[in-house]
Design a protein around this ligand. Structure first.
Ligand SMILES: Cc1cc2nc3c(=O)[nH]c(=O)nc-3n(C[C@H](O)[C@H](O)[C@H](O)COP(=O)(O)O)c2cc1C
Length: 451
């Protein structure tokens, strides 16, 4: 069955299509399990609902949060989620994804202290608990775009990805440069802690630098080739961050367990497995994160949003029409995450990407938790459309169908255009003006512009 837009009125209809596709999805009778608290080591989450990191491209030029950033996170905190996993925040200027990507450094630390305090207070006031706040520390690698000018910093040459964004041998980063980043992740952790975040995420997903290294099978030197080398920067970045860990500050990771490319161009596949995930290495990595590196919770995700977008976030409308039914994407994601959870049950695992399922995302999430495929769920686009989705589930038992994300892809258009990003459909007063600007600029782009 090819790609198809969401048209289901009942879960029975979703299930009928899923069965026809041969991909049973988890579902629960009700959502009560999502109100249960969750402990991960000494970390306490008030419930099983979290907000996924969503870049807003709305920083000031020097990387401080703007009024749009504050608005976004305050609304999300009021919405009742136990955790807000903040968007990708750059650890170095040259690794920024745009001139408006957040960039935390010593000079602008005070503005982050204010943001974190405001967000915590908003949650506390609205719900009686402050959300757990994770800072996502990132280097954009291949997608570095400081000053809104592409300046890719790549782990290795990747012919398929280079169809979307040009790169050449001069873009390959040296081992010395990678070594220098280890302490940058340590610095990022120290700054995150001073800013008041509860945790720092050493991000390794979605094709950014650390994630790309995990599939650098043919890169020579210290950071390529065998598994230990490909995961070296991630593991050493975590160790550098762990220096700052204490009872009130944790280290975690958002890990991509499958990229959507066959070996040797993706993680979570093996020679000869084609596009079929082989999770041997991701499982090994998550086990090492628990046993050797002492992480107590992680978030798992898949895909490369620039190229295999349908793997990261199944959708109705996007840059391309995939050759796959979106329910297969949902199934791949939860089946893969569930396989890791079942192999490393001690690790608290947050899953990703429920939004395509709209008003059924809640019963699906509850089903995934009930059947032991994950411990909680991070909602991405849903949180842009309806930042109070968690309180709807926790208080009314279900998400309000009138508020759900329609996976129309407009937030993706805004982020690619480096404009303040949010839901054009559900939050039109704020985001339609930026969307109009985007449409105007698009008219003036050459026809083959991919963004
Ligand atoms: C506009 C936009 C910005 C995003 N920014 C980030 C980010 O900063 N860091 C990250 O790890 N993922 C990012 N993502 C991916 C989401 O966190 C999430 O994994 C994805 O949207 C799938 O979840 P969903 O189906 O609930 O939307 C972004 C996605 C979108 C649409």
């Amino acid at each position: 069955m090819p790609h198809e837009k969401f048209h289901y009125k009942t879960w029975a209809e979703v299930q009928a299509t899923a069965s026809a596709l041969g991909c049973a999805l988890p579902v629960a009778e009700d959502t009560s399990i999502l109100g249960q608290p969750l402990d991960a080591g000494n970390v306490h989450f008030a419930n099983r609902l979290g907000i996924a990191p969503m870049e807003g491209a709305d920083s000031t030029p020097d990387g401080r949060p703007s009024e749009y950033t504050v608005r976004r996170y305050v609304r999300e905190a009021e919405g009742g989620s136990a955790m807000i996993w903040f968007e990708a925040i750059s650890i170095v200027e040259e690794g920024r994804s745009s001139a408006t990507q957040l960039f935390l450094n010593r000079e602008n630390l005070d503005s982050y202290k204010q943001l974190v305090a405001q967000v915590k207070e908003a949650g506390l006031k609205a719900n009686g608990y402050a959300p757990y706040l994770v800072m996502q520390a990132n280097h954009s690698g291949r997608y570095s775009n400081p000053g809104n000018k592409p300046a890719p910093m790549i782990a290795y040459r990747h012919p398929e990805l280079e169809q979307y964004r040009a790169a050449d041998d001069s873009c390959i980063v040296s081992d010395d440069y990678l070594l220098s980043l280890e302490e940058k992740f340590g610095e990022a952790a120290s700054l995150a802690k001073e800013a008041g975040f509860d945790a720092v995420d050493i991000k390794s997903c979605h094709g950014y630098l650390l994630a790309e290294l995990t599939s650098a099978y043919n890169r020579p030197g210290l950071y390529g080739g065998r598994y230990e080398n490909r995961t070296r920067l991630l593991r050493n970045g975590i160790l550098a961050a762990k220096v700052y860990e204490d009872a009130s500050f944790a280290v975690t990771s958002r890990l991509g367990i499958y990229d959507g490319y066959a070996w040797p161009y993706g993680f979570g596949v093996s020679e000869g497995s084609g596009l079929e995930p082989d999770l041997t290495e991701p499982i090994r990595l998550v086990r090492e994160m628990y046993e050797d590196l002492g992480l107590r919770f992680v978030d798992l995700t898949m895909g490369n949003p620039y190229a295999t977008t349908h793997v990261t976030r199944p959708y109705d409308m996007g840059k391309y029409v995939p050759d796959e039914h979106p329910l297969l994407g949902i199934h791949r994601m939860i089946r893969g995450i569930g396989a890791v959870k079942q192999a490393v049950p001690e690790m608290v695992i947050w899953a990703s990407a429920p939004t395509y399922l709209r008003q059924f995302a809640d019963l699906y999430t509850a089903g995934a938790v009930e059947s032991g495929l994950c411990d909680g769920m991070l909602f991405g686009r849903m949180a842009f459309a309806d930042p109070t989705f968690a309180n709807e589930i926790l208080h009314d038992g279900r998400i309000d169908p009138r508020h759900v994300c329609l996976t129309c892809g407009k937030c993706g258009d805004l982020i690619r255009a480096h404009k303040p990003t949010g839901c054009v459909v559900r939050d039109p007063q704020t985001f339609i003006p930026f969307y109009r600007e985007f449409l105007e600029e698009k008219k003036n782009q050459p026809a083959n512009f991919r963004g």
